[in-house]
Design a protein around this ligand. Structure first.
Ligand code: ADP
Ligand code: MG
Length: 251
């Protein structure tokens, strides 16, 4: 069994890392949330609705409000970068006049300004990773699930991408769950860390607070993500105000 005795919940607007060594169950946990896997026991709720009982025809509706960055990107090789990033907007029926500026703004945010005409095969692994992130965030989802989003990036780009994901959380009020084994990035940010070990929750560490005296070695997330926040503010992104939570219960 991939996961056992999991009882977790995440608040709307929360940022959390899902950590653990390879095979611990990180990808499976995210797949349960976007209904790519279904629990054999227990249930998964998103905004109060059971995901595991959803009819397959409702799954695309569930994912409209979600950004998903999968480990192998799944970019469409024959489409341009612009077309890949535009896809979620097209699916949601956004007008073309609105699609162009939103895609271009998102490409700029991930550092791929002017690359829209290229195809995925002409990009490096790290660039493709950023296209996958652009595609996941272009629709301003209220939930963002990212599986090893810095897996193919160097130290500097990893920091930029993680700051971008933090910005999606702080500026849009999105719930952001990042599965990662990038210990450096986890240590750089003071967020909840759910650590999995052989399919179970090994530890669930809340962010350190000043009262706990744990902050000495940690930087507050807003110290480093300010530039992303400024960009988002300039882009006029509205924070979402839904009060809801996301959770899994499996046994
Ligand atoms: N659908 C499945 N059913 C049963 N076991 C699975 C399934 N998918 C993955 N596994 C197993 O579950 C474990 C966790 O896998 P995974 O979630 O991919 O871990 P991680 O992302 O942490 O590396 C692995 O041992 C894997 O082989
Ligand atoms: Mg994985």
């Amino acid at each position: 069994m991939a996961l056992e005795k999991i009882n977790l919940s995440f608040e709307q607007g929360e940022f959390a890392f899902i950590t653990g060594r390879s095979g611990a169950g990180k990808t499976t946990l995210l797949k349960l949330l976007y209904a790519a896997e279904h629990p054999t026991h227990g249930d998964v709720f998103l905004e109060g609705r059971s995901v595991s009982r959803l009819h397959p025809s409702s799954v695309p509706w569930l994912r409209r409000n979600m950004g998903i960055v999968v480990q192998d990107f799944r970019l469409l090789p024959r489409r341009t970068i612009f077309e890949n990033v535009a896809l979620p907007l097209e699916v949601c029926g956004v007008k073309f006049s609105e699609i162009r500026p939103r895609v271009n703004m998102t490409l700029t945010r991930v550092g791929l300004e002017g690359m829209g005409k290229r195809r995925p095969g002409e990009l490096s692994g790290g660039e493709q990773q950023r296209v996958a992130i652009a595609r996941a965030v272009v629709n301003r989802p209220s939930i963002l699930l990212a599986d090893e989003p810095t897996g193919n990036l160097d130290h500097y780009l990893s920091g930029d991408i993680m700051d971008l994901l933090v910005g999606i959380c702080t500026d849009q009020g999105a719930t952001v769950l990042v599965a990662t084994h990038d210990k450096e990035q986890v240590a750089r940010h003071n967020f909840r860390e759910v650590s999995l070990l052989r399919g179970r929750v090994h530890s669930d560490r809340e962010p350190a607070t000043e009262a706990s005296g744990d902050l000495v070695a940690l930087k507050k997330p807003d110290e480093e993500s300010r530039s992303t926040e400024d960009e988002m503010a300039a882009a006029g992104t509205d924070p979402k105000s839904d009060d809801s939570s996301t959770g899994t219960q499996a046994s």
